[in-house]
Design a protein around this ligand. Sequence first.
Ligand SMILES: [Zn+2]
Length: 256
Amino acid sequence: MSLFDTHCHLDLMVEKDIDLDAALREAKQAGVDQILVPSVDESNWDRIANYAKEYSMVKWAIGIHPMFVTRQSLEQLNHMRLRLEASASCVAIGECGLDFYHGRDNQQLQTEVLIEQLKLAQQFELPVLLHVRKAHQELVKVLKQYPLSCGGIVHGFTGSYEQGMDYIKLGLCLGVGGSITYARANKTRNAFARFPLESLVFETDAPDMPLSGYQGEANQPKFVKDVLSSFILLRNESEQTISRIVAKTAKKMFNF
Ligand SMILES: [Zn+2]
């Protein structure tokens, strides 16, 4: 089995006192052979790039998360461009996106910082890792204005079938995470039962988003195996077909 955790915050796991060597060893034992670590702003780019240097199973993405957008973000975007021009080792732009969960005070700035990152993704031919909360319509509108030829992932997707299809029609994939392990997540589970298989990838969002049965504990990349197990129960395809197609999608997107 070859599993890929397409969204895992190793730096936040370390902050929760999780031993990374052990966590990555256990992930490997659970069949995980690739882990993609997004960054949230310039303050953790170096640290995350170093994880990718240190562990061969780790890849990283350079980005400014919508919740970390500040007046300094515009300057950070210049630094991001310089790193990309110097051929940074990152395999994606992210995470970036829109988050209006706590209000829309900085909607304009968030949108501006997102658009600049979408332009960089297009220019440097990289996929994007998108974060969206309470901003589905606005994100779809921006994505229609700035098409992405290398696609990307709407991470931790928990919306409806119609919302998910809006992204899939734009050439994006949806990240299937721990939310589908909760019986009460009916809307999301029903949607994931129907989405085209080749537009889905797996993720944990560790150390957040603990799976059902593990509430209160830190999430870890090894649990992507349990996300897969829950997903299989929702689908008609065989386990082999699901593993094969989902692995193929992720490998194609990231060129490895
Ligand atoms: Zn994240």
